[in-house]
Design a protein around this ligand. Structure first.
Ligand SMILES: Cc1cc2nc3c(=O)[nH]c(=O)nc-3n(C[C@H](O)[C@H](O)[C@H](O)COP(=O)(O)OP(=O)(O)OC[C@H]3O[C@@H](n4cnc5c(N)ncnc54)[C@H](O)[C@@H]3O)c2cc1C
Length: 507
């Protein structure tokens, strides 16, 4: 503890997404005086929901890893107030593909059923299929400790992890070095090539997909009813109950530094705010390239930012239909179908997409109606250039994409198009403007094979008192890393103050 550090140190948290809220909650549990500075008029960041024509649009969560007991992430969500009283919907399938050569293919979350389905469709790919499902089973059994910042693990902890988790570590090392796109090409069967090529972003590594299947097969990747808005409400409620402070519409422009120590923040209107510690829980690029001077940052951090690839941005389609989609069987990633025409949008061409048809969450739509969404990887530069050239062209392109998606859905479920209540298409500019994330990325760094070899520092050797959290410090991104990196930041502050970190409030 430095001589000047008070008993109840102040922590300024930059950004009120999941990472910022987690830092705030654990900061309050540990007796810090915390304030979240959020540029928007509400909390949530990427994980947002909004009202549209009587629908509650779920702008993010499809599956929450750690939704069931038996792993550290469940304990984390419990401490954050997300579990108690919440209802999770557990899908029996990860995704369903239609418009394949040999008929539809539904990929179960259960590894045995999944294996059987894949073998029935492609006996010629037996060896590869068995390796894939073996990887899923290994990941389902693994139990990496996620209750502490990796920095706080000692050599004895690491030795135990290496012994206990050897199969998972070997699986990650092997399959982590192959992209999903390359994996898809190994299949002789054309349908399986299509499935793995279009499952998710093809640049991500195979181990990451095995891990997601692993959590789903263990029943710990449920969907929280109420979607993103309800999830954030729970976190906000927990934080406010702990008397955490929030400053909305407060854009942070600089980190104030004195004698090699972060001493507070400056807002874009010039207001200066003192703090004993600063936790950034916002876009990593903005922190490194705009809020801080380069002299404070270790060179390997810039190297990581040059090597890693961000998750692309999105075209996020949302629509409401006066239909209950009778007979539809939901799954985590939805129904993947061929589009009525390939959407060529800058460097992306989409011959197919997956529709999330929320028949399983009645809170998202008025009675007898259904919210439908779709996520298409999107080229930031393409949409940015279109908007700069002519906003009318940008608008027309949004409408064209939405039309193709509505028509494609109508082909799959005849006569849905006339029952449309509303349709909307968010673009990379929406994500940039709303969240400030670099090039509108929706999940930080892609878990590419290169990302497996890198660790991103969350604080710097020449600068004390500043800690980074959020999906930009944990490749693969998503809600769990956002939540645990927010907590890790407070754990590191406690370590630096020589205090014991508490997971729950001491009454
Ligand atoms: C359509 C979609 C589906 C998804 N599905 C899932 C899923 O099923 N499961 C899953 O785990 N993850 C999912 N994700 C990803 C997940 O939502 C994000 O990775 C996670 O919410 C990121 O949280 P964060 O706090 O790290 O960052 P952010 O949400 O980006 O929060 C950063 C906050 O900082 C604020 N901010 C930025 N700059 C400043 C500044 N200068 N001053 C003050 N405030 C600032 C922003 O406004 C924002 O509120 C999905 C995302 C999308 C878009």
């Amino acid at each position: 503890m430095t001589p000047s550090t008070p008993q109840k140190p102040t922590v300024a948290i930059v950004g009120g997404g999941i990472a910022g809220l987690s830092a705030g909650i654990f900061g309050r549990i540990n007796g810090f005086d915390t304030t979240i500075y959020e540029t928007n008029g509400k909390l949530g960041g990427v994980c947002s929901g909004w009202e549209r024509s009587g629908y509650n649009v779920n702008g993010s969560v499809h599956w929450l890893v750690g939704s069931a007991p038996g792993n550290d992430l469940y304990e984390l969500w419990k401490q954050l107030g997300v579990i108690e009283g919440n209802t999770f919907y557990n899908h029996d399938a990860f995704v369903e593909f239609r418009d394949l050569e040999s008929g539809p293919l539904r990929l179960d979350t259960d590894a045995d059923r999944l294996e059987k389905t894949l073998l029935d469709r492609a006996p010629e790919d037996r060896e590869l299929i068995l390796k894939f499902t073996e990887g899923i089973r290994i990941m389902a059994r693994s139990d990496f400790p996620l209750d502490r910042s990796f920095e706080l693990l000692n050599p004895w902890d690491w030795t135990k992890i290496l012994f206990r988790e050897f199969p998972a570590i070997r699986t990650m090392a092997h399959w982590g070095s192959m992209s999903l796109g390359d994996f898809a090409q190994l299949f002789k069967n054309r349908d399986l090539r299509t499935v793995f090529q279009h499952f998710w972003t093809p640049e991500m590594n195979v181990a990451f997909l095995m891990m997601q299947f692993g959590y789903a097969s263990a029943g710990s990747a449920g969907y929280p009813l109420g979607g993103s808005a309800a999830l954030i409400e729970r976190l906000e409620h927990r934080y406010r109950t702990l008397e955490g402070k929030v400053a909305l519409q407060s854009r942070v422009s600089k980190i104030a530094i004195h004698n090699g120590r972060a001493q507070g923040i400056q807002l874009s209107d010039g207001t200066e705010i003192e703090a004993d510690f600063v936790v950034t829980a916002c876009d990593g690029h903005s922190v490194l390239y705009s809020m801080l001077d380069p002299e404070w940052i270790d060179p390997e951090v810039f190297t990581a930012y040059e090597i890693l690839k961000p998750f692309p941005s999105l075209n996020f389609f949302s629509a409401g239909f006066r239909s209950t989609f009778q007979g539809y069987r939901p799954s985590i990633a939805g129904l993947n179908v061929a589009l009525t025409e390939t959407l060529e949008l800058g460097r992306y061409a989409h011959p197919r997409t997956a529709f999330n048809i929320f028949t399983f969450d009645p809170t998202l739509a008025p009675s007898g109606r259904t919210l439908v969404t779709a996520m298409l990887d999107a080229d930031y530069d393409y949409w940015d250039e279109l908007y700069r050239r002519e906003p009318r062209l940008y608008q027309a392109e949004r409408e064209r994409v939405a039309r193709v998606l509505i028509d494609s859905l109508d082909r799959t479920f005849p006569d849905t198009a006339p029952s449309l209540d509303f349709a909307d298409l968010a673009t990379p500019l929406t994500y940039r403007n709303w969240t400030g994330n670099h090039k509108g990325s929706y999940e930080g760094w892609l878990p590419t094979p290169e990302a497996m070899k890198l660790q991103i520092p969350t604080h710097f050797t020449r600068l004390k008192g500043l800690y980074m959290a959020g999906h930009w410090v944990a490749p693969g991104g998503g809600m769990p890393p956002a939540a645990y990196t927010g907590r890790d930041a407070i754990q590191l502050i406690c370590r630096d103050l020589g205090r014991i970190f508490d997971f729950v409030e001491q009454i």
